[in-house]
Design a binder for this molecule. Structure first.
Ligand code: IMP
Ligand code: MG
Length: 180
């Protein structure tokens, strides 16, 4: 079992598995609405997935523009949790086909907030790609259009995702199972 900086990290999705799935997702996306396509990556956790997916989209013949939005959840518990824009996109989304890219779909609050926001701003179409889907944690009726993998009910790190700001740089997705 890999030990990284004193933590035991059990690999869940190896780099090669993610790369192969990204190629499939890019091909699926190429078959969807892609006129004037604008990809919006939801920071921070999606930055590596978005970068790899975009290169896959190039291979699939797409030529998207790219934007970034930083969103954060605030409040605790279930009912009072809201989503806040920390850093907004620069582009006008009016009449654009938008693809939102995020790392994990969990409660669905972050992505349903983002999708509503883009429709309010006049986007023609908004689709959503996530690397991982934690289906058991949904608190909305939100579903993604493109899902890399169903995620087991564990807190995962790597491939852009962190725990307490650590492990974003790992090339694979894993679970911290304990101290070494
Ligand atoms: P939700 O769908 O609004 O609940 O938000 C999901 C967000 O929570 C994701 O975009 C991640 O930023 C974060 N998140 C959820 N589960 C994990 C995890 O296992 N590891 C790292 N971040 C997570
Ligand atoms: Mg996130």
């Amino acid at each position: 079992m890999p030990v990284i900086r004193g933590k035991i990290i059990e690999p869940l999705f190896p780099a090669e598995t993610i790369a192969a799935r990204n190629r499939e997702l890019a091909a699926e996306i190429a078959g969807g609405p892609t006129k004037d396509l604008l990809v919006i990556a939801v920071l921070k956790g999606s930055f590596i997935f978005a970068a790899d997916l975009l290169r896959g989209m190039h291979e699939a013949g797409l030529a998207p523009e790219v934007e970034f939005i930083t969103l954060s959840s605030y409040g605790s518990g279930t009912v009072s949790r809201g989503v806040r824009i920390i850093k907004d996109i620069d582009s006008d989304v009016r009449d654009r086909d938008v693809l939102l890219v995020d790392d994990i779909l969990e409660s669905g609050r972050t992505l349903s907030f983002a999708r509503d926001l883009l429709f309010e701003r006049g986007a023609r179409n908004v689709t959503v790609a996530v690397l991982l889907d934690k289906k058991g944690h949904r608190q909305t009726d939100f579903e993604a259009d493109y899902v890399g993998f169903d995620c087991p009910d564990h807190f995962v790190v790597g491939y852009g995702m962190d725990v307490a700001y650590a492990f974003r740089e790992l090339p694979f997705v894993g679970v911290v199972t304990g101290d070494a």
